[in-house]
Write a protein that binds this ligand. Structure first.
Ligand code: BGC
Length: 831
């Protein structure tokens, strides 16, 4: 077992890893920027011309979200700083200075409101924090003299969100605030050319952009991490060609989203969330139902042009359990700047059996940076299994008979059918059992069958003229899931070790280390490494079982920036120190003892990372995070977050990748591969599953059909588990069809372990078991959820009681301890 040392440095000097990782963060931010509009080729801007820069995010660029999705970085480069460093002359230094004062005042007022709730109203600090989402002030109106030296203005619109609270369909959030409206109006009146930068975690209403002809360019920069300002400047100056693509549909109006009126608080019912749109989430809805959108899935412009030529379709590994399709394309840069292109393959599946979305993303790839005139050939491979749908009555994954249209393009809207796959007969590829039966009524949306048939007919009429593949059930191997195998699969050596532990040790090992405050802290209960969310129990250290530290993500490692050591011991600090970079602390700032500094890199948020559509880049980000995990003695990163963007108002969407399960799964797999390439480090894919809203996140019941659950909400997890074997999974707070996710045997054991062969540890989200008898520590063990985090004494008592009563079997407790022991043994806590 490795000896623990105090983590971090005694000096404030910038470390080599920080410099290297800021470069990775900058590259990821650059590639995640999406150019949405660029009329008259306004961008890139001419560096020799001054620019007027406005908006909350100009000087106070939002690098990421709040709560556990935050990172306490050393410093972040704002767009203002980035632009100045790139050589832009900014004429609005005064405006930005004035804004900084308003911002500081607003922050103080916000802090006071939070503490007032905590002190006077009796809220826990975390709840008070969650109640008060910080709203950026708008700033003052621009003045005429600011337009004297330039005809070009850039306006940065910013939004911030975070856990425990959904966004609101109101001014200052989904819409502009009245003050923002006035400022933008005035800017568009004063300047000839206006660039809008969206420094937001997810969609905002962009109707206002239609009112101004001179609002010529829109750049979605998302929440781009600590190097965001530099990355934005790189693209504005034309040093980089934008190559990001949207991972969500941006509707014309909020009301266009299929669950607009019922989502979360919208129908005044945060208890029951009916997933009535079924599988029609995101583009699957808009595309299938023919609803026009402002910016579609996969969309994004470039400074150069590309030609994508379809080159062929083939199959691989027929006759095995994992046959694949390969689509070859040649991408040529036909423009005059170097750049990267994203090629997307969509498949339209037959509609004669189960009704379906009109098309789905089946695969994608990004080119390298191509010089003007240069061509690259790409083969995009995807499993035939990716073309199946889930049939609840079979039950299993079925591949239906008929034509599958294969479309290729650089966005969903531009993809054109260029090949076909004909399946001669219907087949069940994977036979499963049913899971998560509905307990409440649910009526799912029905697709417009005639309209879909009409659209399919357009290419079906010519399908014989195009290259095609013919597949028959003989080419595939049917798989049948055997349930109940989880006991046989337990690692033997670890089980022998478990048998030598006392019952008390076993009970303690399935919760986090319960420290001085009984571990009740949300997200900062780790004691060895300050700011870590929790650590595993040290009760078997004498038997050489190490303690693992777990730290949040997903935008980097979340630790406290500094801490004190006195008399050889870490001074444990309150929760407030671990959030908002310590801004909420009320101490005097005076400290005794030796100070240690822990600077971690803030990478772009999950959505921004996914907008790169670049899996190799996500692996690189993962490797950088893992290097920091090694430096700070962290074993498990509580990331990536991979819930589906079901509605744009979900408060945590920025942490997650996309509305599409394939893209989410691929991104999670890539970042996991990166992290786990560092021996002994692991990811924790979360929140498993259907954690799609934040209001009442611990009590809301996701009412969802089995098919939708499997095809949309579990699919990304399935891909990540099968492709990258993450070290762990975190269950979610919500219920799924009446059963808490943390106590849900169907998803933890039947699905993750029996169907996907997941071998790692499953843990709860923080404090899931604190709120009553519906979700208990013993319930976790029964479900196959191994680790209750961060753990309280009540969890131990509950397990003891249920063991005595016989409602919890010893073998279920041991099974969880065994998996934890195996994970600890394989961790970076040993030489
Ligand atoms: C969040 C998790 C996070 C955990 C630990 C919870 O509030 O939902 O995503 O990993 O806290 O900080």
């Amino acid at each position: 077992m490795k000896q623990r040392t105090f983590t971090g440095t005694r000096t404030q000097k910038m470390q080599a890893y920080e410099i290297a990782h800021r470069e990775v963060a900058r590259e990821a931010a650059q590639e995640g920027l999406v150019l949405l509009k660029n009329e008259n080729q306004l961008l890139p801007l001419d560096l020799s011309k001054p620019v007027a820069l406005y908006g909350a995010g100009a000087g106070k660029t939002i690098k990421g979200g709040t709560g556990s999705g935050d990172v306490n970085e050393r410093y972040s480069v704002s767009i203002y700083e980035g632009m100045k460093q790139a050589g832009f002359q900014i004429t609005t230094g005064n405006w930005i200075g004035d804004f900084a004062e308003r911002y500081a005042a607003a922050r103080e007022a916000w802090k006071a409101a939070i503490w007032s709730d905590a002190d006077r109203e009796g809220y826990e600090l975390f709840d008070a924090y969650a109640r008060h989402q910080f709203e950026m002030p708008a700033g003052r109106l621009p003045e005429a003299y600011e337009a004297e030296r330039t005809d070009t203005a850039v306006y940065v619109l910013s939004r911030i969100a975070g856990e425990a609270r959904d966004r609101r369909e109101q001014g200052g959030d989904y819409y502009l605030s009245p003050e923002e409206e006035k400022i933008i109006e005035e800017i568009c009146r004063l300047f000839r050319h206006v660039v809008l930068i969206l420094n937001v975690g997810g969609p905002v209403d962009l109707s206002f952009t239609d009112s101004f002809e001179n609002l010529e360019a829109i750049l979605m920069v998302s929440q781009p991490g600590c190097e965001g300002g530099n990355a934005v400047a790189d693209v504005l100056a034309g040093n980089r060609t934008p190559s990001g693509r949207l991972t969500d549909t941006w509707a014309f109006h909020y009301a266009d989203y299929p669950n607009a009126q019922t989502f979360s608080h919208r129908n005044n019912d945060v208890e029951t969330e009916r997933y009535e749109e079924g599988i029609y989430v995101g583009y699957r809805y808009f595309d299938t139902f023919g609803i026009p959108v402002r910016y579609g899935f996969g969309y994004g412009l470039s400074y150069t042009d590309f030609e994508i030529a379809f080159h062929g379709i083939s199959h691989y590994d027929l006759g095995t359990e994992h046959p694949e399709i390969g689509v070859t394309v040649r991408v040529k840069n036909t423009g005059s700047r170097k750049g990267k292109e994203v090629v997307q393959v969509y498949v339209s599946c037959p509609q004669d059996g189960l009704e379906k979305e009109y098309q789905r993303l089946a695969g994608f790839a990004k080119t390298r940076e191509l010089e003007p005139g240069e061509t690259q050939e790409l083969e995009i491979r995807f499993p035939v299994y990716g073309l199946t749908s889930y049939h609840e009555e079979v039950p299993g994954w079925v591949l239906e008979q008929g034509w599958y249209g294969v479309a290729v393009g650089n966005s969903l809207m531009d993809a054109a059918v260029c090949a076909g796959i004909y399946m001669t007969d219907h087949m069940v590829m994977v036979k499963t059992g049913n899971i998560c039966p509905l307990q409440k009524s649910l009526e799912e949306k029905k697709a417009p069958a005639e309209e879909i048939a009409r659209r399919r007919q357009v290419w079906l009429d010519h399908v014989e003229e195009r290259p095609s593949l013919i597949l028959s059930p003989k080419d595939m191997k049917e798989q049948e899931i055997v349930y109940g195998t989880e006991y046989e699969k337990l690692p033997k050596k670890a089980m022998e070790f478990v048998e030598q532990l006392t019952l008390e040790q076993q009970i303690r090992l399935v919760t986090g280390d319960i420290g001085q405050d009984q571990g009740g802290n949300l997200g900062s209960a780790g004691m060895y490494v300050p700011g870590t969310a929790a650590q595993t129990s040290g009760c078997a250290m004498e038997q050489d079982l190490a303690v693992l530290s777990l730290a949040d993500g997903p935008a980097g490692l979340r630790l406290t920036k500094d801490y004190c050591v006195a008399d050889g011991k870490i001074i444990q600090e309150p929760f407030e120190k671990s959030i908002e970079g310590g801004f909420l602390s009320r101490g005097t700032g005076e400290r005794t003892g030796e100070i240690y500094y822990q600077y971690c890199t803030a990478f772009p948020v999950g959505t921004a990372l996914a907008q790169t559509w670049n899996t190799a880049l996500l692996q690189k980000v993962g490797r950088a995070v893992a290097e920091e995990m090694q430096i700070f003695q962290v074993t498990l990163w509580l990331a990536p977050g991979m819930n589906i963007h079901r509605n744009p108002l979900c408060g945590r969407n920025f942490e997650y990748f996309s509305e599409d399960p394939l893209l989410s799964g691929k991104m999670a797999a890539a970042i996991t591969e990166g992290v786990q390439s560092e021996k002994g480090c692991g990811t924790t894919i979360k929140h498993f599953a259907c954690n799609n809203q934040e209001d009442n996140r611990m009590g809301s019941d996701s009412v969802v059909s089995e098919r939708t659950l499997r095809e949309i909400y579990l699919k990304g997890f399935e891909i990540a588990v099968k492709e990258a074997k993450p070290m762990s999974i975190m269950t979610s707070y919500n219920l799924i069809n009446g059963v808490h996710a943390a106590n849900n045997h169907d998803i933890c054991t039947k699905v993750a372990r029996n169907e996907w062969d997941f071998q790692g540890v499953i843990m709860t989200d923080w404090t899931t078991t604190h709120w009553g008898e519906d979700c208990t520590a013993a319930g976790c063990m029964r479900a196959g959820n191994d680790l209750v985090m961060p753990g309280i004494l009540q969890d131990h008592e509950n397990i003891r009681r249920e063991l005595e009563a016989g409602t919890l079997e010893q073998k279920d407790l041991k099974k969880s301890v065994c998996r934890l022991v195996d994970t600890v043994w394989n961790s970076n806590m040993y030489e």
